[in-house]
Design a protein around this ligand. Structure first.
Ligand SMILES: NCCCCCC(=O)NO
Ligand SMILES: [Zn+2]
Length: 343
């Protein structure tokens, strides 16, 4: 399987995030991608190519232009105030506060952020656009006839919505790629999110559309991040009604329960008649993940890959979460190798 990778991911290296009431080192670190790349090489998964630049247009097909401009300019405006530390919001535009977009960068940081765990740094825009190019290059190769491609995307993307960032995500790599597949002629595209956390951003982007089916298996938002989206009754709106499927599972759910949900999701994808599949591949469903609470073990990721191959669809994998850095490479490549082995 072909891998698309850019070293530019290293430019996103936040220093801290608020956890358990104190600022702690970010879980979303460059070492995650290093370990995955090492495993791709070690397991001889296939060729590794660098992304082609695609510019802003494909990004603006799913993201708000003002939001993109904020991401692009935030750090310079932040550092122009003499601030050399990560840009993090310190409040939110919560219910019954005015929804006007502030002029000042500090206010915009609050307006465009979902949480305080997604630091904007000097290299954020460069890293995020390189990740989007990585996913888009994978989509290009799928259109060119590849059966499956792995986009080693970092920073991740599935929490990034039309006009806000969060959950370590700035640009929604999987959504950008799904839209590119649509723009290149694929009539129906499915996005399956197997990360521990609900892909609120991807749902937000496609919620009112019937041409992109979104499905997510994740920790129940009643207790798990992102708390305010990802419930089973969210089925789409307008033309998109019936094209959104959430499978929330209680924290601590067993592996067999997880795979029952997966099979239900795969059945919906087959019914939809998808011509291509984009997988938001988070491996924070791993039993040893430090911030998540599912039970998958490394061999289960091989099974996941094989089940996905059973759809016989051109498939683009976009890396999302996974914070047990030691086994992340094994777990990610297990999915990809399991997919390949199924043939
Ligand atoms: N800082 C709160 C938890 C962020 C979750 C990030 C993630 O793995 N999303 O898939
Ligand atoms: Zn996650």
């Amino acid at each position: 399987m072909l891998t698309v990778y850019s070293d530019a991911h290293r430019l996103q290296h936040g220093q801290s995030e608020l956890i358990d009431g104190t600022l702690k080192p970010c879980f979303e670190t460059p070492s995650r991608a290093d370990m995955v790349l090492a495993a791709v090489r070690e397991r001889e998964l296939g060729d590794i190519i660098h992304p082609r630049r695609h510019g802003l247009d494909p990004i603006l097909r799913v993201h708000d232009a003002d939001y993109a401009r904020f991401l692009e300019t935030a750090w310079q405006r932040w550092s122009d105030m003499g601030r050399d530390y990560d840009a993090l919001p310190k409040m939110w535009q919560i219910r019954r506060l005015r929804e006007a977009i502030p002029d000042h960068v500090e206010g915009q940081l609050c307006y465009y952020s979902m949480d305080c765990g997604t630091p904007i740094t000097a290299g954020t825009w460069a890293a995020a656009t390189a990740a989007a190019d990585t996913a888009l290059t994978g989509a290009d190769r799928l259109i060119g006839g590849e059966r499956a491609v792995f986009a080693l995307t970092r920073p991740p993307g599935h929490h990034a919505a039309f006009d806000y960032c969060g959950g370590y995500c700035f640009l929604n790599n999987a959504a950008i790629a799904a839209q590119a597949l649509r723009d290149r002629g694929m009539r129906k595209v499915a996005v399956l999110d197997v990360d521990y956390h609900h892909g609120n951003g991807t749902q937000d982007i496609f919620y009112r559309r019937a041409d992109v089916l979104f499905l997510s298996i994740h920790g129940d938002p009643r207790t798990e991040y992102p708390f305010f989206l990802g419930f089973a009754d969210e089925k789409g709106e307008g033309e998109g009604l019936g094209y959104n499927f959430n499978f929330p599972l209680s924290a601590g759910s067993c592996v067999s329960t997880w795979f029952v949900a997966l099979d239900c999701a795969l059945d919906q994808i087959a019914r939809f008649g998808a011509e291509a599949l984009v997988v938001s591949l988070g491996v924070d469903t791993y039993r040893g993940d430090p911030i998540s609470r599912f039970q998958l073990d490394s061999p289960d990721f091989v099974t996941l890959g094989a089940r996905l191959a059973g759809l016989k669809l051109p498939t683009l994998f976009c890396l999302e979460g996974g914070y047990a850095v030691g086994p992340i490479g094994t777990n990610v490549v297990n999915v990809l190798a399991g997919f390949e082995a199924r043939g």
